[in-house]
Design a protein around this ligand. Structure first.
Ligand code: SER
Length: 882
């Protein structure tokens, strides 16, 4: 059976059992921010399991496009190295939403495998979740699975979850024996997971939803989600050793063979002493990545510097690097992706529709990377030599960062190459470098945008309509890039746009600028990254063109990100209430010195010259919360500056105001001059938490606070923390403090006792060992002993004591701590010209898998093979006793 026939027969089998055939969803999950990519067939049905997305059917079957390259399910590292790992793959599945459950799921799967595909029962094995006796019974009573073939496994293997949150439940897997001799199958071998038994199908009995705080909540109705990798089942059915030997993969590999003129041997999965391994591996990586790349582009992903776009870019770059192994000197990958379209286009028409984009984007990405790839490889090669020469196993994070930053090597690409040399990267250092770089570019970006605004924007009239509207139709009256005014701009470019009217609020008065979208009549789509104001007051939208070409003068539809704006407005209104509370509690001197209001929090600087006391903070927080609950209306009016001041509105010291000013009033007492956007009533602000208070300069203090949803999230985090503590310490909330106090007192006592006890027993041990000292042919006495798990400091104490006791001679001690061997050798001063502690240690520590030596009188070193400690001590006996 060809792959396409297997795909078809699966869907037909379930359609005959009253399942609706549902098309695969896109690789980019719709409306699910918890997942970067669709990683299983059930993803598009997530809400059906949760009971919030009722459909016209209760049974479904799909062949789903999946990508496992990030998050909980990530197979990237193994791709190419094994016969069965992929980034992109197709998953066959059947689903029941509160209709049938375990029994039918088991019977269907068994029938499909043994009757439709006619797999040999003698080769099939079943695993179930350890406490799922029901599934065990169903397998043995409702199918003719062979006796002794149902095995129990724990959570690691037989409890499936989509991600950190979402639907999950116990599962039952079907495995297939690939070996030649059916008689030699055994449970022991199966449990050793030696590669001859492979999992082919996973039946998940969905029973729970894991919420954000880790809790398992029962689903409204138990459901079924099964998943069988099409590539695997095809390999089994076609009797080939590897998924890469199935017909569709072979087509892609042959295409690459023809392009590079090298031969894919297909037998090489072990690297050791195998000159063809890298070549085979490269063929597989290219075939795998080409599929992922083509499908991603067809589903709308574009190469980029972060998120999904960066995953795509990484795939292209990894494929290019493997192309070098096959001898490609220039772009080739777009030819392989064309073959992907030809192979899969019939089943997935979106590939055909995107053929031109796939071609163009892949080629452009390849060409861009080609320029730096070879130089980067030279640098990396040097780093590998240096690291090996220094006897180290870890390449510095700085090198990895330089490769990333200057040569465009994604970290996983560097790691992939290093793995072949048994090396790794210092990941901590790498992240640190990345963070520093991010900071730098944030700062650079900010000033660059400012520059663009200052330099190139012509002053144009704009009208702000964002107090009433979040969406508006207007016309592009100015289009600018770094070089000045332009007529049009292409996808990918950053531009500054001015429109006649705009609902976007430009950053001012501490309130951050709005973000959102623009679309034009000509079909262009733009992200608005920020909104700013020029010195003369022109509102400018800082945009990135996402799609289409934007033209000056075009009609445009402007949409503010409403959720974000709402949260900003809430924090702004909260700031006014906070201002009033500060003045009420601290005195009228506590006036505003600055503020920053965003969707996440508010920051308020005010004049006051000492830290706030607990009681003051509490009172301020209480007052603001109280006014929120009063649900005061928020009203605005436009007055002359004079009238406004006369009416008691607070103006900011040192701020320039125009003729006409806007006054924002909240309830009876809060009245401020303010151009910002606000909630309609104080009830919308929900609740209010002070996060912290500190000094920022002489006489000026800063408060940070959150309101509404952010306040809720804040308190939820604290609540979770308490719950986790309750669980960890096994005591209810009201006893927690007491419990922690008692525990730490007890810990202190125990540590003191242990220390005393340790000293006592080391002293006794010292006496005992000294009594057993033997005469040494090298002069003096010697002691060789394995001692209880004690650390380096204690070992030294013990050896000092022994040296004093024997007066002249040599001491060798070995101990195992946390799986690491510690060896210590000490020689009394009178013998160091005959016996060198450092050299002796050097020889002994080799045996336990370590390296190092030391001084002539004292040396200490460690190794990673505790099971070899006895041999090392035996060797010491040979050296010292003869
Ligand atoms: N969701 C399960 C898996 O991915 C079964 O489809 O293995």
């Amino acid at each position: 059976m060809k792959v396409s026939e297997i795909r078809q027969s699966f869907l037909e089998f379930y359609a005959n059992a009253n399942h609706t055939i549902v098309a695969s969803s896109t690789l980019v999950p719709a409306g699910d921010p918890t997942l970067l990519f669709t990683n299983a067939g059930m993803v598009q049905f997530k809400d059906c399991f949760l009971g919030t997305d009722p459909r016209s059917y209760v049974r479904a079957t799909t062949c789903q496009k999946c990508l496992r390259i990030s998050g909980k399910h990530n197979d990237l590292e193994n791709v190419g190295r094994t016969p069965r790992h992929h980034t992109f793959f197709e998953m066959l599945g059947n689903f029941s939403f509160g209709d049938y459950f375990k029994k039918d799921a088991i019977i269907f799967a068994w029938k499909f495998l043994t009757e439709t595909l006619k797999l040999d029962k003698e080769r099939l094995w079943i695993t179930i979740y350890e406490s799922d006796d029901e599934a065990g019974k169903l397998w043995s009573e409702s199918t003719d699975v062979l006796p002794g073939r149902i095995l129990k496994y724990g959570k690691e293997d037989n409890f499936w979850a989509m991600g950190e949150t979402g639907p999950c439940g116990p599962c039952s897997e079907i495995h297939y024996y690939l070996g030649t001799d059916l008689k030699t199958q055994s449970e022991d071998d199966f449990r050793k997971a030696d590669g001859r038994y492979i999992e082919i199908w996973n039946l998940v009995f969905m029973q729970y939803n894991r919420s954000a705080n880790g809790e398992l909540v029962a689903l409204p109705k138990p459901a079924v989600d099964t998943g069988m990798g099409l590539e695997r089942i095809a390999a089994v059915k076609q009797g080939v050793r590897s998924n890469y030997d199935t017909d569709e993969f072979r087509r892609l590999i042959s295409c690459t063979e023809a392009l590079c003129g090298k031969h894919y041997d297909g037998k090489n999965y072990e690297r050791a002493h195998n000159s063809h391994y890298d070549i085979d591996c490269a063929f597989r990586v290219i075939a795998d990545h080409a599929r992922a790349i083509a499908f991603l582009i067809a589903d709308g992903v574009r190469p980029g510097a972060d998120g999904r776009g960066y995953v795509l870019r990484r795939l292209v770059r990894r494929a290019c690097r493997h192309g070098r192994i096959l001898g490609f000197k220039e772009s080739f990958l777009f030819k392989v992706t064309t073959e992907v379209v030809a192979t899969y286009g019939g089943v997935y028409p979106e590939l055909q529709a995107a053929q031109t984009q796939i071609d163009r984007l892949v080629k452009a990405e390849e060409e861009k990377f080609s320029i730096t790839l070879d130089q980067g490889l030279v640098l990396l090669d040097q780093a590998i030599q240096d690291t090996k020469q220094a006897g180290a196993k870890v390449v510095t994070g700085k090198t990895a960062f330089q490769l990333h930053d200057t040569y465009g090597f994604p970290l996983d690409l560097t790691e992939d190459i290093l793995r072949n040399h048994g090396l790794t990267v210092d990941g901590v250092e790498f992240s640190r470098e990345m963070e520093v770089q991010r900071e730098r570019s944030r700062a650079a970006r900010a000033s660059e945008t400012q520059l663009v605004i200052q330099r190139s924007v012509k002053e144009l009239p704009t009208k702000f309509v964002g107090y009433e509207f979040l969406e508006y139709e207007s016309e592009i009256s100015g289009l600018f890039d770094v070089n000045g005014e332009v007529k049009n701009a292409k996808p990918g470019s950053e531009v500054v746009i001015v429109t006649r009217e705009t609902p976007f609020y430009a950053e001012s008065g501490g309130q951050v600028g709005d973000t959102g979208f623009l679309s034009t009549d000509g079909g262009a789509a733009l992200d608005v990254i920020d909104t700013q104001k020029t010195a003369a007051g022109t509102i400018v939208h800082i945009c990135r063109v996402v799609e289409g070409e934007v033209q000056a003068g075009e009609k445009t539809h402007l949409t503010v990100d409403g959720e974000r704006r709402r949260s900003i407005a809430i924090h702004h209104s909260s700031t006014h209430l906070l201002h009033l509370a500060l003045r009420d509690v601290l005195g009228v001197h506590a006036t505003q010195a600055g503020s920053r209001v965003s969707e996440q929090a508010l920051r308020f600087d005010f004049r006051h010259d000492q830290p706030l006391r607990e009681a003051e903070l509490l009172e301020i927080e209480n007052l603001v919360n109280h006014w929120m609950r009063e649900n005061y209306a928020v009203t605005t009016e436009v007055l002359s500056l004079e009238q406004a001041k006369k009416s008691g509105a607070m103006a900011l010291f040192g701020e320039k105001y125009g003729e006409q000013v806007r006054v924002v009033q909240i309830g009876p007492r809060s009245r401020e001059l303010c151009g910002g956007t606000h909630a309609k009533a104080s009830g919308f602000l929900g609740s209010f938490y002070l996060l912290n208070e500190n000094s920022i300069s002489a006489g000026v203090r800063r408060i940070e606070a959150v309101a509404a949803e952010e306040a809720y999230k804040h308190s939820k985090r604290k609540q979770n923390l308490i719950r986790n503590l309750e669980l960890a310490l096994k005591s209810p909330e009201k006893e927690l403090e007491d419990r922690i106090r008692k525990l730490s007192a007890r810990l202190r006592d125990l540590e003191r006792d242990a220390e005393r006890q340790g000293q006592r027993s080391r002293s006794e041990l010292g006496d005992k060992l000294a009594d057993r000292a033997q005469n040494s042919p090298h002069g003096g006495k010697y002691i060789i002993s394995k001692v209880e798990a004690i650390g380096g400091k204690e070992l030294r104490e013990l050896s000092d004591k022994l040296r004093t006791k024997i007066q002249s001679g040599c001491v060798v001690l070995g101990s195992v701590v946390d799986g690491q061997v510690l060896l210590l050798t000490a020689v009394t001063d009178d013998l160091t010209d005959r016996l060198h502690a450092g050299k002796l240690t050097e020889e002994l520590v080799k045996i336990v898998g370590g390296r190092g030596g030391g001084r002539a009188d004292l040396a200490q070193a460690g190794g990673g093979s505790p099971e070899k400690l006895d041999s090392a001590l035996k060797r010491a006996e040979e050296i010292l006793g003869r």
